[in-house]
Write a protein that binds this ligand. Structure first.
Ligand SMILES: [Zn+2]
Length: 451
């Protein structure tokens, strides 16, 4: 049992006013640092006729333009001769990282050793807030390599007194569990479900294993999927939201929202037109700004960066865990939001329908779906393919009914379209290993828009 509750108590429990002052101080310093050290930002300020000294507080960030992943790609080789976002000399660059490149040429990120320490500090706070402490042994299934997450998580463990088993993926042999008796695993929902199935086949019930906590991240998920994972493993499942851009938010012991490390990253939530901030409690696009401590150097910093994820600020009140840093909802990818007859829905809304508890008597949880145009111009057809544990023993009607009930409960406008027959949902049940995405490389595409 761990007795350490905080990594940096002074910062993590700082009162709101003091924390806001610290944020403003770091906004000012970061903006000035960017102007002096980042070729991209120098030109950006000049081009937009903004004097960096006019940016005095986090609210002033609203007056600056927003940049995107494409902005980074357009300002690095091969598009330009130089990495315009790199903001230190090579002598200060400790490592170079790249994003996965699923949406084009990978974005390059440069990290100084201090950047590593700051990234690790964010993970340290999250792990500690989840109850990890000295003596814990954690299998990291997040990928090492060019991705920054797994690497800096590993560094975080050093100061916690935690041991890391750096498998890099969830396909490790079951003996790793029985031999080292790890107390936690970092992975994603589906990989941890598959691992649980593999363990069961080898006679080890996940809930009887040494695992006391699971940490998931990498993509958004339905709460129903988390609940099911938690039931199978017989332990808590904590969410994290990390990215190479440096977010690293995480759920604490309370499991009701992810704490944003506000002293290291500033997060604004914008309306759909990207013109104004939305109120707390309202859904919008999350836009991040790196915050540097006064005097610090940074390899790559971002100001007003559109994460292309949507989220909601849940609260800025002090949490029951004692931390004062704001909490956000599990972000969802904008790219996984689809529109049917003027109503948006996300992949997560489909996932909810799949993971209805009764369905899990018949399904593995693996699914994929496709959107097609119908015969009529206005008609949309959604085909949902569900993988059955055993197609011969699946009660199709029960699964369909549960799915539709859940899906329409969250998207009532689509129920009307369904009744009007302008939106059809077709179900397809498959045996294990028969979904289309198994034949594709890379991260499974759960919703494919073929309209
Ligand atoms: Zn908390």
């Amino acid at each position: 049992m761990s007795e350490i509750k905080y990594t940096n108590q002074e910062i993590e429990m700082m009162g709101r006013n003091e924390l806001d002052e610290l944020v403003d101080e770091r906004v000012k310093y970061t903006v000035n640092y960017a102007y002096k050290n980042s070729p991209f930002y120098r030109k950006w300020f000049d081009r937009n006729s903004i004097n960096p000294s006019d940016i005095q507080s986090h609210e002033d960030l609203l007056h600056l333009p927003i940049i995107s992943g494409d902005t980074i790609r357009h300002n690095q080789p091969p598009e330009t001769n130089y990495f315009e976002f790199k903001s230190v000399g090579w002598e200060d660059v400790f490592t170079v990282h790249e994003t996965s490149g699923t949406s084009g040429v990978p974005k390059s990120f440069f990290l100084t050793w201090k950047d590593w320490e700051r990234f690790a500090e964010k993970y340290k706070r999250t792990f500690t807030s989840q109850g990890f402490g000295p003596g814990d042994r954690v299998v990291v299934c997040a990928s090492y390599g060019m991705n920054v997450g797994a690497n800096t998580m590993t560094l975080a463990a050093r100061d916690i007194g935690m041991s890391i088993i750096p498998e890099g993926k969830c396909t490790f042999p079951v003996r790793v569990i029985t031999s080292y008796e790890p107390t936690g695993i970092v992975g994603n929902v589906f990989k941890l479900l598959r691992l649980a199935n593999r363990m069961k086949k080898e006679g080890l019930e996940p809930s009887d294993s040494s695992i006391e906590r699971l940490v998931v991240g990498g993509e958004s998920f339905a709460e129903e999927a988390r609940d099911y994972l938690s039931e199978i493993w017989g332990c808590n499942v904590f969410n994290t939201y990390g990215s190479t851009e440096g977010t690293m938010c995480g759920e604490c012991s309370e499991i009701n929202g992810l704490h944003v490390p506000e002293d290291f990253v500033h997060l604004d939530v914008y309306d759909p037109n990207m013109k104004e901030f939305v109120n707390d409690g309202e859904c919008g696009r999350s836009v991040l700004t790196t915050l540097l401590p006064v005097g610090a150097k940074c390899g790559t910093l971002l100001i007003n960066y559109d994460t292309e994820d949507t989220t909601i600020v849940r609260t800025r009140q002090k949490c029951s865990c004692g931390r004062t840093h704001m909490k956000i909802d599990n972000p969802q990818r904008e790219a996984e939001t689809f529109w049917v007859r003027g109503t948006p829905f996300n992949r997560v809304d489909i996932e909810r329908g799949v993971f209805q508890r009764e369905n899990m008597e018949y399904l593995t949880g693996e699914y994929e779906s496709f959107l097609y145009s119908g015969n009529d111009e206005d008609e949309t057809i959604m085909r949902v393919s569900l993988e059955c544990i055993d197609p011969k023993k699946c009660d199709y009607e029960v699964v369909k009914e549960n799915f539709l009930k859940s899906f329409f409960h969250h998207k009532p406008a689509l129920e009307q379209a369904y009744l009007d027959e302008t939106f059809s949902i077709i179900f397809n049940f498959t045996g294990p290993g028969e979904l289309e995405f198994y034949r594709m490389k890379g991260r499974p595409k759960r919703v494919v828009d073929r309209r």
